[in-house]
Design a protein around this ligand. Sequence first.
Ligand SMILES: Cc1cc2nc3c(=O)[nH]c(=O)nc-3n(C[C@H](O)[C@H](O)[C@H](O)COP(=O)(O)OP(=O)(O)OC[C@H]3O[C@@H](n4cnc5c(N)ncnc54)[C@H](O)[C@@H]3O)c2cc1C
Length: 386
Amino acid sequence: MNSDYFNINIHLTEEQKLIQDSTRDWVNKFVKPIIEDHFQKEETPPGLIKELAEIGAFGLIVPEQYGGINADYISFGLMMQELERGDSSIRVVSSIQTSLVMYAIYKFGSEKQRLKYLPKLATGEFLGSFGLSEPSFGSNPSAMHTYFREEGDKIVINGSKMWIGNATAADIAIVWAKNPSGKVQGLIVETENITNFTTTVIKEKWSFRASKTGELVFSDSVISKDQILAESTSIKDAYRCLNIGRYAVAWGSVGIALECYETALSYSLERLQFGQPIASKQLIQKKLTDMITEITKAQCLNYQLGVLMDNGKARYEQISMAKRNNVKMAQEIAKEARQILGGMGITSDYPIMRHMINLETLITYQGTNEIHELITGRDITGINAI
Ligand SMILES: Cc1cc2nc3c(=O)[nH]c(=O)nc-3n(C[C@H](O)[C@H](O)[C@H](O)COP(=O)(O)OP(=O)(O)OC[C@H]3O[C@@H](n4cnc5c(N)ncnc54)[C@H](O)[C@@H]3O)c2cc1C
């Protein structure tokens, strides 16, 4: 089945193809056969962290001296696409570790912090989380109520973070908090080396069921002053990490769309009604045609965004547009694909419903659909409507 309708793959280097193919093979062998069960039971597949580390899914874009692979952004995007074909919970573990934790330390940490944490994050010895959102501040994190103050060589943190991926399993959390002058800085919190700190899992989520999401609560929690991300000076630094996360979502959504489209296409060729495959019906062909057309447009968008990222020319507004467009596109495709499968579409024999409900998170996190619409609106009109 050729889902690369405009031959985008001819632009890929051998290394990029290798990363895409090897990630896809790993997902086919080790994720697809088991993920539905873990999703239903609300558990992360055991051994996942070690396996993701082994396929290079932690720190792909980070330089080799820190344990990464120093790959380009197109390779990173392709890996996110293939991981999310398996399940969003698999992609998100890789993406949090790479885009939000390792990138934050690489970009805003001191050399000492990079050497201390990045190699361990790359091998999966350490798992990270990224704490920006709060119970009362999701779309508006700059109004956050998590603060820290210095006391000698320590800092004291108060506040809480909500909806944090990997919260309870993480060895370190990148926590964004305001200093006494109101500026947001990143802190590296070692979850074993902090006082008065609790973390709890949000139970019975209907989306991202194979990954844990939780809360981080700080009440006069004390860590060493050395744990401030030395080069972080404002909320914009947290947003820079989110840009890499949003880039990963833009590619991951195409992975979901491909999986749903390919499932629906094969099903429609095999399923007989009125004595013929349903694929022979014009209304079904229209759905499939719309799907591959929208996927192709999103693939072109991602590829060009990857080129801009690799040249250091991508604007955050462009990343925002790709994230919003591709998630909406994948939502529409998942809905139509499920419909093509009729009753079978709602069963766990096929991956479509699982992807559909995972998309409910993709449309909300890393900036909601509405916020991204307003980012584009501000960019083209010059008027801030957020
Ligand atoms: C499964 C999951 C995992 C997550 N992982 C992380 C994580 O690892 N780290 C982290 O920091 N956060 C994480 N998040 C949090 C996520 O980023 C927030 O949920 C998101 O930013 C939205 O915030 P909110 O849920 O508080 O919604 P709100 O901000 O309260 O928004 C509610 C609704 O109002 C709309 N709205 C808000 N402001 C405006 C406006 N100005 N104009 C128009 N409409 C508006 C929104 O679009 C939305 O529809 C995660 C969320 C989920 C669900």
